[in-house]
Design a protein around this ligand. Structure first.
Ligand code: NBX
Length: 807
């Protein structure tokens, strides 16, 4: 505590009596990071001493969530700090709440990256995360009359105690300009890139502490600054205003996270961001991380670069450029190294989500890289045509360069051609990648494709977010070893049949529900009844995820009760909780948000369903809210159209917090159901092959509307203006899209979903049986630890090993 007070006085410049909560939080954060510093330096020292093969995780997003609690846990300081602070009259929990989470990601993909670096540190794997330090992360969502309105997320304004800026280590990254032939000293003709402009990348280092192992890995995020040359040139021209504009132009690159997920943006600034962080990272690794005299022909023994989706794929031509243009290697030598050091993780199945950069843009921004990509493609097509001599159609399908609708570079193809491995993120997803999306490639490169099912870190999403359950598990297992060895949860299985354990398990769930109720009152002014079933659907808003299906269930129940078709006494009291952000430019998604809020307003105000149906839609769902929402859930909604959700990771978080899943046979749901068994999972809906068949034979949503009265009543009620003050036009686009297009077969799965919900009600009516299932969900969920995902990557993709610290 002496340290803490010193930080308060000398770091924050206040004494205890005048310190604001933010001062107190910042001082605590600094105290904790001091404590971790010795281990960080030691890890770095060991790393450069041992020179073991490392992993560089390249990701445009790291959705970290709050840092304080995780750092305290990793360093085993929570109890000491809590006690010490309370001696000063300070409540640790108040300080926890003061932290603004770094929202440097959109959703699953960004959060996955954060879970993975946590696991890598915990498992003693030499590794580094590389990404972008956005000044503004994912927008803060607000609702105005139920409609989403985005506000900037200025997460840095109150100070960011977890980062270490290193302006002296800045690297320069160039763009634009032109390429020409030039003759080397020895007479060889080479290509020379004369860039048009450049910016500086300033590294900001973040600690990534392993859990209880004394290791601290590094996450290095890049921030863009104007170069000195830039400044100087303009300063000399005497145009002050222009100089400031130039600065802004450079700094724009890391200004804001693109809030679009599953829809590539095609924007110039986005390509600038991608190249910016990748070029900074490669340069940093080659010039700073590797020893000075390192022979780059040995690169594959020292590093594997994992590409988190296609966003960092421009790293492939960038490394070629470094080796060929800067190090003067031959093309073949460079290519033979490059094709051993990258692997690519695909996170989607939606064809429209695969990035394609227009040749015009790429050629303007990165002319040399475009040339390199063309050459990679030429050689690739040469081999392809040799393997399939008379199959020009196949060559066109597989080419890295698309000719239609405009000339474009298919980043997924580039990654597949150059990558050592290509993986999907759940068994079904990897299968569909092989069979459909990248089928030609899977035939051509049979050994390249593999699966690594996603995982989540049990530190943040069980141990920290659910202390009640954690206490129970620790007692049952006999130690807290499960926190870094999640297979130990299996030991809970026999306790599912122990009435006393079930009672305590239920008590934990009830307490978590009361905690959520309290948080939502304070945070959003939402009042909920903890004695209802908490039925939760939290994830990005996307049509394929089918929030509308959930909503049609709510509307159907409401319609049936209010018309007397259903006796209110027969309805299981439920709280339907939604959390979802829509991409700002995604109109249908924003409409659906408006509709959920409108239905909520009507349902919550109607005395006819009071105490039975409640809709809660807290704004701005983020990692912090997930940490209280998920442990309070009884029912987990994972209802995407089969064959569309690559994996899902929320589904794993719910399972491990003792919620039962209602879900389709999609993504990692498949593996969840295999593990818990059909008795403990509410499966419904078309399977992926059935979906393909329905679509193939011509899907007519209206036929479902015409033949299913429940569906008709629900859609008619929405169309009638019942949720929009009688205005029939407000939600017409949503209704008419479902009736006439329904790309994601909501209407086709509607009845099956209602039937499954009826099974949920029946099961919930027997609390002992329900609790038994919930316990089995936890006990059988160990597979979904991101530690296991890391083991799979190490074995199947990276061929690297943990390096235990000498103690
Ligand atoms: O990645 C998600 C998938 O939809 C999930 O099924 C999966 O569990 C998760 C982790 O593997 N994809 C995702 O979150 N994508 C993006 O966030 C995204 C962001 C920007 C962009 C494209 C996609 N341009």
């Amino acid at each position: 505590m002496r340290e803490y007070l010193r930080e308060l006085n000398f770091g924050q410049g206040v004494d205890l009596s005048r310190a604001s909560v933010n001062d107190q939080y910042l001082a605590l954060a600094r105290t904790v990071r001091h404590y971790l510093m010795v281990r960080w330096l030691e890890t770095l020292r060991r790393q450069s001493e041992v020179q073991a093969k490392s992993v560089a995780y390249l990701s445009a997003e790291f959705l970290l969530g709050r840092q304080l609690d995780n750092a305290l846990l990793a360093a085993d300081l929570t109890d000491i700090v809590e006690e010490g602070l309370s001696g000063l009259g300070i409540d640790l929990d108040t300080l926890r709440q003061a932290e603004v989470e770094p929202g440097l990601g959109n959703g699953g993909l960004g959060r996955l990256a954060a879970c993975f670096i946590d696991s890598l540190a915990t498992m003693n794997v030499p590794s580094i995360g590389y990404g972008i330090r956005y000044e503004y992360g994912i927008f803060r969502q607000t609702f105005v009359d139920g409609w989403q309105v985005e506000k900037p997320d200025s997460w840095l304004t109150l100070g960011s105690p977890w980062e270490f800026p290193h302006p002296e280590m800045a690297v320069e990254v160039s763009f634009g300009g032109s390429v020409a032939d030039w003759e080397d000293d020895d007479g060889t003709v080479r290509r020379r890139w004369t860039p048009g402009w450049s910016v500086l990348g300033v590294p900001y280092n973040y600690m990534v502490p392993g859990y209880g192992n004394g290791r601290v890995n590094t996450l290095r995020l890049w921030s863009a600054r104007a170069t000195r040359a830039f400044d100087l040139e303009i300063f000399n021209s005497g145009d002050y205003a222009q100089a400031v504009r130039a600065q802004t132009f450079a700094e724009n690159i890391s200004k804001v996270l693109y809030p679009e997920d599953s829809t590539p943006q095609g924007k110039e600034l986005r390509l600038q961001q991608q190249y910016f962080f990748v070029a900074c990272s490669l340069k940093d690794f080659v010039d700073q991380v590797l020893p000075k005299d390192f022979d780059l022909t040995n690169l594959p023994d020292r590093i594997h670069f994992q590409l988190n989706d296609t966003h960092p794929v421009i790293a492939i031509p960038e490394l070629m450029r470094i080796l060929v243009d800067e190090k003067k290697w031959s093309w073949d030598d460079a290519w033979s190294v490059v094709r051993q050091v990258f692997s690519y993780t695909c996170h989607t199945l939606l064809p429209e989500a695969l990035e394609v950069w227009s040749v015009e843009l790429l050629g303007r921004l990165l002319p040399r890289h475009l040339e390199i990509i063309y050459r990679i493609n030429e050689e690739f097509l040469l081999g392809l045509r040799a393997a399939y001599p008379d199959d020009e159609l196949r060559a066109r399908r597989m080419s890295i360069v698309a000719e239609f609708p405009e000339r474009g570079i298919r980043m997924a193809h580039l990654a597949t051609v150059a990558g050592v491995k290509v993986n999907g993120v759940a068994a079904l997803h990897s299968q569909l990648l092989r069979d459909k999306v990248l089928h030609d490639f899977a035939e051509y490169y049979p050994g390249k494709f593999t699966n690594v099912t996603n995982g989540i870190t049990p530190r943040r999403f069980v141990r920290l977010s659910n202390p009640g359950l954690s206490g129970l598990i620790t007692e049952a297992v006999g130690s807290d070893a499960w926190v870094s060895d999640l297979d130990r949860l299996r030991e809970l299985e026999p306790l599912a049949d122990d009435a006393e354990f079930r009672r305590r398990f239920r008590e934990v769930k009830a307490a978590n529900k009361r905690r959520l109720v309290q948080v939502l009152v304070e945070r959003d002014g939402i009042e909920l009844d903890p004695d209802t079933m908490f039925d939760v659907m939290v994830k990005r808003l996307h049509e394929y995820k089918r929030q509308t299906l959930k909503l049609l269930h709510v509307v159907t129940l409401y319609q049936q009760i209010t018309t007397g078709a259903l006796d209110v006494e027969d309805v299981t009291p439920r709280t339907f909780a939604f959390g979802a952000k829509a991409a700002p430019g995604y109109r249908m998604a924003k409409q659906i948000i408006g509709l959920i809020n409108a239905v909520g307003r009507t349902v919550n105000a109607d005395p006819a369903v009071q105490g039975r149906l409640t809709v809660a839609f807290p704004a701005n769902y983020n990692v912090t809210l997930a940490e209280t929402l998920i442990p309070a859930a009884d029912l987990s909604e994972q209802i995407s159209l089969a064959g569309k959700e690559a994996s899902g990771t929320g589904n794993m978080k719910f399972m491990l917090n003792g919620a039962l899943t209602i879900g389709t046979d999609d993504g990692a749901n498949v593996e969840i159901r295999e593990l818990v068994g059909d008795d403990n999972f509410f499966l419904f809906g078309l399977t992926e092959p059935e979906v393909a068949e329905v679509v193939e034979s011509g899907y007519h949503p209206t036929s479902y509307y015409e033949t299913n009265p429940h569906l008709r009543h629900a859609l008619d009620l929405i169309a009638s203006g019942a949720f929009s003050d009688g205005d029939r036009s407000v939600f017409e686009p949503v209704v008419s899209n479902l009736l006439h297009e329904d790309r994601f077969l909501v209407l086709a799965d509607f009845q099956a979903y209602l039937d499954a919900q009826a099974r949920v009600d029946a099961a919930y009516a027997d609390p002992e049986a329900w609790t038994r299932s919930a316990i089995l969900n936890v006990a059988r969920g160990g597979f979904f630890s991101s530690d296991r995902s890391m083991r799979d990557y190490l074995d199947r993709v990276w061929h690297a090993h943990p390096v235990p610290p000498i103690s």
